[in-house]
Design a binder for this molecule. Sequence first.
Ligand code: FES
Ligand SMILES: [Fe+2]
Length: 344
Amino acid sequence: MTYARDAWYVAGWSHELEPQTPFAITILDERIVLWRTPTGALHALEDRCVHRLAPLSLGRCEGEALRCGYHGLLFDGSGKCIAIPGQETIPPQARVRRYPAIERHSWIWVWMGDPAGADEDLVPPAVGLDDPDYILGHGHLDYAAQARLICDNLLDFSHLTFVHAQSFGAGSEFADTPARITPLPRGIRYERWIENSLGSSSRVSATPMDSYMAYDFLVPGVLLMKGGTFAPGTAAHCGYGAPDYAGATGGVTFTSQAVTPMTGDTARYFFSWGPHRAHGDAALRDTLMDIAGRAFAEDKTMIEAQQRVIAATPDPAVMPTVHDKAVILYNRLVERLARQPQPA
Ligand code: FES
Ligand SMILES: [Fe+2]
């Protein structure tokens, strides 16, 4: 797998981490156990006991520590073994790997690179479920496909015209003209205006409007998208750049999405979506989540089928089109970051 290790990966929704209950997730083929202590600290350790390799996630939380459920070795949040039942001395090698972990924007993030490089400023600025401006629904999907294919899908919205003609009601414009793509230090920015349109199933207007959508797709696979509708002429008026959302006529929504590679051919896809408070309510959020549920199932069907073809193809090669600019720029960035040396 070519993935950047020096990045924060989404391990789960914050609210899904029950207090004092170990939570297991595999990221980049590494088994990780997370738990929250009574004082609110969040810990992430290698989910493999140093004694006989049982998963620590089958153990139990004891105060700030985690006890292996097999023969009872006790580990602190740094991964150090602090007690061995019936044994006085604790050998120095009695420790498991610690991963930096933080909670932000309703997600639990785990840093997969050298802990010394874990920079909290690199957490992508997702919009959390408690954000006062948005009314968000959320969910996740497990994929029998490599994360890279899901990222490629999210980097090339020309598929909307074909995969999401029903669910999103996407028109031909997504495939007919390339979007504006700009490189960012940790990803790419996608921007598109659609002029004089009645909108799609998620944003219908009675009269033709200009609609704008823009997202940043950031390492290690986080999509943050905002969109809205504007009076006709707005696109030209702002030179096809970003509009002022204070002038939006409606349909302002935000979605945060994250792709986490679990193993070489499985991934977990986290998402939230909903309207800005000034442009919708809980009922609209539910409508949007219903549309997203259908659309994300359409993607999953296509991507898992694509994965099966790739797996059965010796030396699979791709042939990029004009719509692959973001795919190419982003994957180049990931390859560059993946080459950064890691401590042994
Ligand atoms: S495997 Fe964990 S204590 Fe034996
Ligand atoms: Fe899609």
